[in-house]
Design a protein around this ligand. Structure first.
Ligand code: CA
Length: 767
């Protein structure tokens, strides 16, 4: 009786959990979305990351050759192995990678010889489970991961069967146990951003007696890869092992794998993540873990015609909950501990990595802060550890600091979290870290900290003629970052004298505005604008974009930009032009059309380049100019034409959750244009009903009854039953739980959201 009663109580308390666990959201995720990409044209540049959310290790079938950033491409015919990967992007490439591959008949080990034909028709990819039939070996390969370990199940034919363990080149090692059932080893392969003692230690265990062991490898670069049957250890430039069995027809061999960036002993400890569960229970556990993450945003639409949108939504949400990944492990005392990719030491506490803030400050981190604040809190503590261990917050980390992109957008990432109540344990260290990053540059990784900070602080911009590339992009982002620092400092109660520099410099975007062209331009140290000016020129003073894209990079003060442009009408005309001028481009800076340029030209949206990050917030600026219906039109067009849940489903690099999180927010009907403002600009919701199930237990219920493909326009909006005429929602309103009701329409309502108080936050308008 008492147990029945406690069950009933538990059921009542967990009613909300129960409701959303009832639907299997993972069935809507296509991990292959974005994989039909190449160097020339990115449709996402993703790979199927078979993983736990934010897991330390991802696993992927590998079609590309060892070292190729395009490690899984949809149009490939052969798989070379199943690879543990930590790659955030093909442009940054991988580190600590190794692979397993089942083979039959002969112990073939070289990656091209062991490769097998496969078909997408005999492939199943979910976030937590992947299987494929390897035709050349007549093997069904299945895998399911935990955060730091994975289980494989290979179904072999009758005869001689093998598993190849390839620790990859550039320095690796394998050791086979006396009975052959355990292989330990390490790989040191990386693409930079690691200390000299970097290694990934792995352990592989088989559940079946072994009949054959061999190592293969080359001692030094340039040797040929040689197999040594009976050999139990090898270390050198490239090491691997082959373990063989006599198998019956359809015999299943289970392989358990784990790894550690700390030590071989910690790898054994991480293997315990698999303890007590067979393959099937690991699969169901993975599915449950993913459903608990995906189900925080419950799309309740059941209409068949919205199935593709639902698939796109959850595929994007899955991509938004992978990076930055955990780079910490749990020691024998149950405490978080990490190998520092900055100092090479093993230290207590959290660490997260594999993200570029230039991309992800925009809306990926705001999504985490809204929906997954406890995870975000761990990330914040991890970034603070990065500062303690290297003297800088990351800007692009994989796993340590990498030289890539521009800006000092760690200020945005740290400030947005704090302002939303996600508070690190040491606010003094947070403040010191942020202001030191704004007034220095990393001695060897110039994209960390602020390159050109002295000139910027002196002149109010980074000049374009002092040998610093992408100077206008840097200036615009530094100005926004200064506003973030100012907002953070105020929230931390720092004295005004400390804040004055950041308050003043937050308006530095004005220094690059050209009244002649009504666009941002590069400026020389003597104060003159750079000549000749080509509004269509990509790169040079901008980063992977042109003046049409970067002029809108005034996230924190659109009203100030509108004022520079001479008012709302001129501003709207200029914003309209971005979509109506043809996709002409000037690629003279690069010497060829970089893939981001090509992606802009083929989308039939003029010079709007949604495939890259600088412009992704721009459509929402119509909210500030009080013509929100224009934004609603372009938002629907972008969501419906540039995203689909298929292998070529993105319109450019997905970039570690940013381009996906844009869709997630936009489909909900709002977007954080200025992280740090605690506001969300209103757009055009995609579904009829979505529930945001917040960690604090509150629910945001977003309704748009009768919403359809043909109703992009907001006719009326109520918040908890009261009509609102503004073009924004406040973070506190969402966090408190609320009912947001949209009345959608096929025709624009040109009255709603047009009063002077309708516009969202701008720094210029604040006292
Ligand atoms: Ca990009």
């Amino acid at each position: 009786m008492s147990s029945r009663r406690s069950k009933a109580v538990a059921f009542a308390a967990c009613a909300v959990l129960w409701v959303y666990a009832a639907e299997d959201y993972t069935t809507f995720v296509n991990p292959l979305m974005g994989t039909m990409s190449s160097y020339e044209l990115s449709a996402g540049n993703t790979y199927p990351a078979i993983a736990r959310p934010w897991g330390m290790n991802f696993w992927t079938p590998q079609t590309g050759v060892m070292g190729d950033g395009w490690q899984y491409t949809y149009d490939a015919h052969c798989i070379r192995g199943f690879k543990q990967t930590h790659q955030p992007s093909p442009w940054i490439n991988d580190y600590g990678q190794f692979s397993l591959m089942p083979v039959t008949k002969n112990p073939v080990f070289e990656e091209s010889e062991r490769a097998s034909w496969f078909s997408h028709k005999a492939e199943q990819a979910t976030p937590y489970y992947y299987s494929v039939y390897l035709a050349d070996h007549d093997v069904l390969a299945e895998m399911t991961p935990t955060e730091r370990a994975a289980a494989f199940r290979f179904t072999f034919p009758e005869g001689e069967s093998y598993v190849v363990i390839d620790a990859f080149d550039c320095g690796s090692e394998v050791n086979i146990s006396a009975d052959g059932r355990k292989v330990s080893g390490r790989t040191t392969r990386n693409s930079g951003g690691v200390p000299a003692n970097f290694a990934n230690y792995f352990v592989v265990e088989f559940d079946k007696p072994v009949s054959y062991v061999a190592t293969f490898g080359k001692a030094v670069k340039g040797d040929s890869l040689i197999l040594k049957a009976g050999s139990e250890e090898f270390s050198g430039f490239h090491a691997g092992a082959v373990i063989g069995f006599n198998t019956e027809r359809r015999e299943q061999v289970m392989v358990r794998v784990a790894s550690s960036f700390i030590s071989a002993e910690q790898a054994e400890l991480n293997l315990k993540e698999l303890d007590g569960r067979d393959f099937e229970s690991l699969v169901s556990e993975g599915k449950e873990v993913w459903n608990n993450v995906l189900g925080r945003l419950a799309v309740n639409d059941t209409e068949a015609d919205n199935l593709d949108r639902k698939r796109t939504f959850y595929s994007c949400l899955y991509r938004s909950t992978l990076f930055p990944r955990k780079f910490y492990e749990i020691n024998s005392e149950g405490q978080p501990v990490h190998y520092s990719p900055y100092s090479g030491e093993v230290l207590p506490g959290y660490m997260y990595t594999d993200t570029g803030f230039w991309d992800t400050f925009r809306c990926l981190f705001p999504l985490l802060n809204l929906v997954y604040p406890s995870v975000s809190h761990e990330m914040q503590e991890g970034f603070l550890n990065a500062w303690r261990e290297s003297g800088f917050f990351p800007e692009w980390c994989s796993p340590g600091h990498r030289g890539c992109m521009v800006g000092n957008n760690s200020a945005s990432v740290m400030a947005d979290a704090w302002l939303k109540g996600i508070c690190v344990s040491d606010p003094e260290a947070l403040w010191r870290g942020v202001i030191s990053g704004a007034n220095s540059v990393h001695p060897t990784v110039s994209s960390t900290g602020r390159l050109g900070w002295e000139e910027y602080n002196k002149l109010g911009y980074v000049p374009c003629d002092i040998g610093i590339n992408e100077s206008a992009a840097r200036t615009l982002e530094y100005a926004y970052d200064d506003w973030c620092i100012y907002r953070l400092g105020k929230a931390l109660g720092r004295p005004e004298r400390e804040l004055a520099q950041y308050k003043r410099n937050a308006l530095n975007y004005k220094n690059l505005y050209s009244h002649e062209f009504q666009l941002m331009r590069g400026r020389r140290a003597d104060g003159s604008f750079a000549d000749p000016f080509s509004p269509l020129k990509w790169g040079d003073v901008f980063t992977e974009g042109n003046a049409w894209h970067y002029t809108w990079s005034v996230f924190h003060d659109p009203a100030g930009l509108i004022s520079l442009m001479g008012g709302n009408d001129n501003f709207v005309a200029q914003l309209d032009s971005m979509f109506t001028i043809p996709p002409l481009f000037d690629d003279s800076y690069y010497g060829f059309p970089i893939h981001e340029i090509r992606e802009m030209t083929v989308m039939n949206m003029g010079n709007y380049a949604h495939g890259n990050q600088p412009v992704q917030h721009a459509i929402y600026l119509y909210d500030w100019a009080l013509q929100p219906w224009k934004g609603q039109f372009w938002l629907r067009r972008t969501m419906d034409s540039l995203y689909s849940p298929v292998p070529d489903g993105y319109c450019g690099d997905e970039d570690n959750g940013q381009t996906s999180a844009w869709y997630v927010f936009s489909a909900l009907g709002f977007y954080p244009v200025a992280p740090g403002s605690n506001q969300y600009a209103i757009g055009s919701p995609l579904f009829r009903n979505v529930s945001i199930r917040l960690e604090n237990g509150n629910i945001v219920n977003i309704s748009a009854p009768a919403n359809s493909e043909t109703t992009p326009y907001v006719d009326k909006l109520t918040l908890d039953g009261a009509v609102i005429d503004r073009n924004y929602l406040a973070h506190d309103e969402l966090i408190g739980g609320c009912d947001i009701d949209f009345t959608m329409s096929a025709v624009p309502n040109t009255v709603r959201g047009t009063s002077s108080t309708s516009a969202p936050y701008s720094f210029s308008n604040q006292k």
